[in-house]
Design a binder for this molecule. Structure first.
Ligand SMILES: *Cc1c(COP(=O)(O)O)cnc(C)c1O
Length: 242
C-alpha cells in the first residue's frame, strides 16, 4: 500500500464534503433528519493513507469488503494508535470457511446472506466470547447474481436467526442492481424498506433499526427511501484499480 499525494488528500476531503452535502439534501427532500443517516466510507483497495485523509476530516466509519484487507487495515490502525477513532464495517460476502475471521473489532457486519453463515458466525463469535452486530443481506430484485435472502425466506428464517446467541441482528442490507434506471433502483430500495418493516412488525422483540442501502451512484435515492446507512466508495476515494 503506497503513499498518496497531497492533492489526493485534498480531493478526499472535498469529495467527503460533497457527499455529506448531497446526503443532507436527499434527507431534506424526504423530510428526514440527516443526523439519523450514517456514512460508511468504503476504503477497499485504497491505501491506509486514504483512510487517514478521511479521518482527518472527521469521517470515522469505514467499510471493507475483503476480510483479509480489513484485518490488515485494523492492524495498521492499531500500530498507529488510531483504532479507537475508527468504526470498522465488514460489508463484503463472507465465505463459510472464513466466519472465524469475521469475529473481530467491527461495529457492524452488513453481509450475513445465508442461514449457514449466520449459524457459523454465531458459533465462532460465541467461542471467542463475542456477540457480533450484524445485518441480514436481502435480495429483493431476485437477480441470480446477487447474494442475500429472498424476502419470504428471510421472514421464515428470522425466528431461528433471532435466537442465535453470538449475533445481534440490527437490520437489513441490500445491494441494488447495477443499473442507471432510477425507477428500478427506487423500487428495490422501497421493497427493502417494506420488507424491513414487515420483519420488525413480525418481531417486536428485535430492534431492527438499521437499513444499509445506497452506494456512490444511488445513495440519494436510498436515503429518500429510508436508508439509515449508506456505503460510499468511489464518490469519496475515486475509482478503484483492481
Ligand atoms: C464496493 C462496495 C460499495 C461501494 O461502492 P461504490 O460504488 O464505490 O460507492 C458498497 N457496498 C458494497 C457491499 C461494496 O462492496
Amino acid at each position: 500500500m503506497g503513499v498518496i499525494h497531497e492533492s489526493t488528500v485534498e480531493e478526499i476531503a472535498a469529495n467527503l464534503a460533497r457527499v455529506q452535502q448531497r446526503m443532507a439534501d436527499a434527507a431534506a427532500r424526504a423530510g428526514r433528519d440527516p443526523a439519523e443517516i450514517t456514512l460508511v466510507a468504503v476504503s477497499k483497495t485504497h491505501p491506509f493513507e486514504a483512510i487517514q485523509a478521511a479521518l482527518a476530516t472527521g469521517q470515522h466509519d469505514f467499510g471493507e469488503n475483503r476480510i483479509e484487507e480489513l484485518w490488515e487495515k485494523v492492524e495498521r490502525a492499531q500500530i498507529l494508535g488510531l483504532d479507537d477513532r475508527i468504526r470498522w464495517h465488514m460489508i463484503g460476502t463472507i465465505q463459510s470457511r472464513k466466519t472465524k475471521q469475521v469475529v473481530g473489532p467491527f461495529v457492524l457486519v452488513h453481509s450475513v446472506d445465508r442461514v449457514k453463515i449466520a449459524n457459523r458466525l454465531s458459533r465462532d463469535a460465541q467461542a471467542a466470547g463475542h456477540v457480533m452486530s450484524v445485518l441480514l443481506e436481502v435480495n429483493v430484485s431476485g437477480e441470480a447474481s446477487k447474494h442475500g435472502f429472498q424476502p419470504e425466506a428471510l421472514l421464515a428464517a428470522l425466528p431461528e436467526l433471532a435466537q442465535l446467541p453470538g449475533i445481534h441482528i440490527q437490520g437489513l442490507m441490500t445491494m441494488a442492481p447495477f443499473v442507471d434506471d432510477e425507477v428500478v433502483l427506487r423500487r428495490v430500495f422501497r421493497e427493502t424498506r417494506l420488507l424491513h418493516d414487515r420483519a420488525q412488525d413480525a418481531h417486536p422483540d428485535l430492534d431492527l433499526r438499521q437499513l444499509s442501502m445506497g452506494m456512490s451512484h444511488d445513495f440519494e435515492i436510498a436515503i429518500e427511501e429510508g436508508a439509515t446507512i449508506v456505503r460510499v466508495g468511489t464518490a469519496i476515494f475515486g475509482s478503484r484499480e483492481y
